[in-house]
Design a binder for this molecule. Sequence first.
Ligand SMILES: [Zn+2]
Length: 275
Amino acid sequence: MGEFSKEISRRILDNKKHKFGYCVICGNHGELSKDHVPPQSLGNVGSVELLTLSEYVSRSNIKPLSGKGGAYHKTICRVCNGDLLSRLDMTLKVMYEETFLALSRYEKNVGIDYVKFNVDPKEFCRCMMGHLTATSPQVYCEKPIPEKEHVSLIRNFILKGGDEIIEDYDFYLWFYPYKNVVAVNNMIGLGTNGVQVTVYLLKFLPFGFAMVSKGSEWLFSRGGKIDFKNNYLRMSLNPRNLYPQGFLNGPGYGLGMALFAENTAGVSRKAKGSL
Ligand SMILES: [Zn+2]
């Protein structure tokens, strides 16, 4: 039996290898292109293994979807990838470099405990929501996107920066010094206080990012709320403000229970032996 008895990841089953389909961001039908999450300019270049979040948490012996040249998702059109996200990625690249510069100073005890980025907070959030949407399973490209209210709201935000979204959601940024990439779309969480929240979560070194339904400040006791009125972003590097690695997707961080569709919550990790 050996290898043959191994269960295979849902990620392998969902990897349809379609060349054409409906873009999960703009909805247009056309040739699909690969979106790397995180972008390759942020170091996503080695061999990776992809699992669904529940497979990852169960830690059972499941065969992952393997990828070379970084984790990517072939779910968006060339325009959304090459024009929109490539442009928004420039904000991400600046923040990535400034974070590591600040950390090198921090290690030398210069006394810095946060990093300030002179970027447009909304551009950062649009970029993260764009990449998070792109992590949808490729089966979503087989049919036009259903016009549900929250879907239209998110698409409009990514594509045009529409402000309507801030009536329903808040955005958070925190320091995430871990190697695993976690992406969760549309998770419904129930707080230990009985309050229901909707969470969109994307975490990759060095950023933890979440879009959550308004009024969820009680979940974020260590701060990180983003204000679109500012022309900068701040991220605390102080260990006291560090959220645990499994924050928001693991148990015991304020959410008593969380529900999500298995194929819209994924983890990618470095393959064994890969640097
Ligand atoms: Zn598109």
